[in-house]
Design a protein around this ligand. Structure first.
Ligand code: TDX
Length: 333
């Protein structure tokens, strides 16, 4: 099977490529990635030098390039997206271009060439929950995005659903909770704190630190994507989550313990405008309809493995760290 992976040099996409090499070695993988700040060629090594994986540099909003690549593959897994909330508040246009226009171009190519598509999305499209809300997000929760980022992802999801309904394209969608693991850009919460602690700086908690995220290891997310590709029903949306709810303060405490620092060694910084309070996923449909089960059951173990990766791969993140902290300094966070 020839598989086109959009955004395959970013965090979740590159981990998907590496995981697919391991568990589906017969797949032929081609990556299209715009290689912006969030991508890293090194994430795909050594598969690139051995030519096991092909990397095409380009934007999913480039209609002609996307048309050629979709035509040359059997399946498209669409990870490509601008994904950082703080950046979307600072500069929304790249989010509209990559997430909405990019998805539109891909859908049109998939329709022309009758290819199978899996669209990757986020739980953020559902807005946020109260801390004590007994309900979690399900496939029936109405979309209610808060930030320019989540609004563009919700827009992309709705385009995919409309192309399924109106044009009969063969597609599935998934909305996953917060991912962590190796190769995540250092602008994001967990790697920002791990790399900061490694450099001797105190973790930075937005606002009170009470905000809750539902953490899942990136390999568990990607295994679920493979399960949906192989066992999911066409036209359906699946929520992916591993029952990993924790507030940000607890995550910082865990990181500090694992890295041998006092648990009060952190600072509160300015809150993010419009900061979503809580995300939580009910993944029972995915568990009912596929044989997927998360392998990382213990968040502390997963974080320990992630810390080891950042410790062992400093050259992967040092340049990005300087740039990310420069942006945060400008934003006062
Ligand atoms: O330094 C920080 N301090 C802090 O307290 C940073 C960078 C973040 N935070 C908080 C904000 C959030 O409550 O940590 C939480 C996680 O923040 P992010 O890593 O920025 O993720 P989030 O905004 O939750 O969005 C993530 O999950 C859904 C991904 O970035 C999205 O791409 C995905 O769709």
């Amino acid at each position: 099977m020839r598989v086109l992976v959009t955004g395959g040099a970013g965090f979740i996409g590159s981990n998907f490529v590496l995981r697919a090499r391991e568990v589906r070695p017969d797949w032929q993988l081609t990556v299209i990635d715009s290689m912006t700040y969030a991508a890293n060629r090194a994430s795909l090594e050594p598969a690139l030098s051995t030519r096991e994986v092909t990397l095409v540099e380009g934007n999913v909003a480039d209609a002609q390039l996307v048309d050629e690549l979709v035509a040359a593959n059997d399946v498209v897994v669409h990870f490509a997206a601008e994904s950082h909330n703080d950046n979307s508040l600072d500069s929304p246009w790249p989010f509209v271009e990559s997430n909405v226009v990019g998805t539109f171009q891909l859908l049109e190519a998939v329709r022309r060439h009758d290819r199978r598509l899996h669209h990757i999305s986020t739980d953020e499209v559902y807005g946020d929950l109260e801390l004590d809300d007994p309900e979690r997000f399900t496939e029936r929760t109405p979309v209610n995005p808060s930030s320019p980022y989540s609004a563009t992802k919700a827009g992309a999801d709705l385009l995919v659903r409309a192309w399924i309904r109106s044009f009969g394209i063969r597609a599935t969608l998934s909305n996953c909770s917060n991912n962590y693991g190796p190769r995540q850009h250092v602008e994001k919460f967990i790697p920002r704190q791990i790399t900061g602690i490694l450099e001797g700086t105190r973790p930075k908690l937005y606002g009170s630190g009470r905000n809750v995220r539902d953490w899942i290891h990136v390999d568990d997310h990607n295994d679920a994507v493979i399960a949906i590709l192989e066992q999911g029903r066409l036209g359906e949306t699946y929520l992916i989550g591993a029952d990993g709810e924790r507030n940000n303060r607890d995550i910082v405490t865990m990181l500090l313990e694992l890295m041998g620092r006092p648990t009060d060694w952190f600072d509160h910084v300015n809150d993010r405008p419009g900061h979503d309070l809580r995300y939580a996923i009910d993944a029972s449909k995915l568990r009912r309809e596929t044989d997927w089960r998360p392998r990382y059951q213990d968040l502390r173990d997963g974080l320990a493995q992630t810390i080891d990766w950042y410790r062992a791969n400093e050259s992967w993140w040092t340049d990005a760290k300087v740039a990310a902290e420069r942006t945060y300094a400008r934003l006062g966070r």
